[in-house]
Design a protein around this ligand. Structure first.
Ligand code: ADP
Length: 246
């Protein structure tokens, strides 16, 4: 596993309030990592910095084997370099079928005219089948996306991101609003995706984090409070104090 993203000494203030405070973070490729922390810990801002939505006041954010600085790139350049983000609310094209959504996502990587390629060619169809299998929607390929359950829409969106072959996938609270069976499937999907990609999952649900069975980073007041296995971090006195609000 080689380091894919390295953040060091990153700080961001909003009106004098330090939302991110001298944060250092690394993730390998491939790797699965869970980020936990109380409300206001800086989790969203952390992801916004990686995608280029928020620019830090200080620090470095380096990406890939050539250690290019993400801070010098626009949001779209960062996305093209291989950073994908899934927000909590799924955004799929509801009036299109699952297949069409995946075809569009695949074409997005190559160029707008390639949607025809993915609709018509054997290679395109194979790639769509592969992704549909990974996200458990093989049976739903011809259904309109608007008819899918909440969980299925979330999976479709994960599939659309994977179709674009990201190197780093940022996923915000994937288990929110899901049934236990859907959570289970989501776990399997993320673990599978993290065999090839770097996957960062921000999640409040500890049971879900436990199932991911990966290294956990605890953020608090914009810094890393603890890092390690879930058992390791949840036995840390400072982490317990933060969660119990002491
Ligand atoms: P989390 O996602 O862990 O709940 P956030 O990254 O959303 O935390 O927020 C970290 C802190 O920064 C919070 O105190 C929040 O109120 C503040 N903050 C985030 N974005 C802004 C902003 N655009 N303007 C002012 N304060 C902000």
């Amino acid at each position: 596993m080689t380091t894919l993203l390295e953040m060091s000494g990153v700080s961001v203030s909003f009106d004098g309030f330090k939302a991110i405070n001298n944060l250092s973070f690394q993730i390998g490729e491939p790797e699965l990592r869970a980020i936990i922390g109380p409300n206001g810990a800086g989790k969203t801002t952390f992801m916004d910095i990686i995608t280029g939505k928020t620019r830090p006041d200080e620090g470095r954010v380096l990406f890939g084997e050539k250690s290019v600085s993400l801070l010098k790139m626009s949001e779209s350049q960062i996305a093209r370099a291989g950073v994908g983000r899934k927000f909590q609310k799924p955004t799929v094209f509801e009036a299109q079928t699952v297949r069409e959504n995946l075809a569009m996502a695949l074409a997005n990587k190559r160029g707008p005219f390639d949607v025809l390629f993915y609709r018509k060619s054997k290679r395109g169809a194979e790639r769509i089948e592969e992704i549909a299998e990974l996200i458990g929607l093989t049976e739903e390929l011809t259904r309109l996306s608007g008819e899918l359950s909440h969980g299925q829409k979330q999976w479709l969106e994960i599939g659309m991101l994977l179709a674009q072959d990201p190197r780093l996938l940022l996923v915000d609270e994937p288990a929110a609003g899901m049934t236990p069976a859907e959570r289970e499937k989501t776990t399997t999907m993320l673990v599978e995706a993290a065999r090839k990609h770097a996957v960062v999952v921000v999640e409040h649900d500890m049971e879900f984090v436990r199932r991911l069975n990966c290294k956990v980073t605890v953020l608090n007041e914009g810094s890393v409070l603890a890092e390690g296995s879930l058992d390791h971090v949840t036995n840390n006195k400072e982490v317990i104090d933060v969660y119990l609000g002491r």
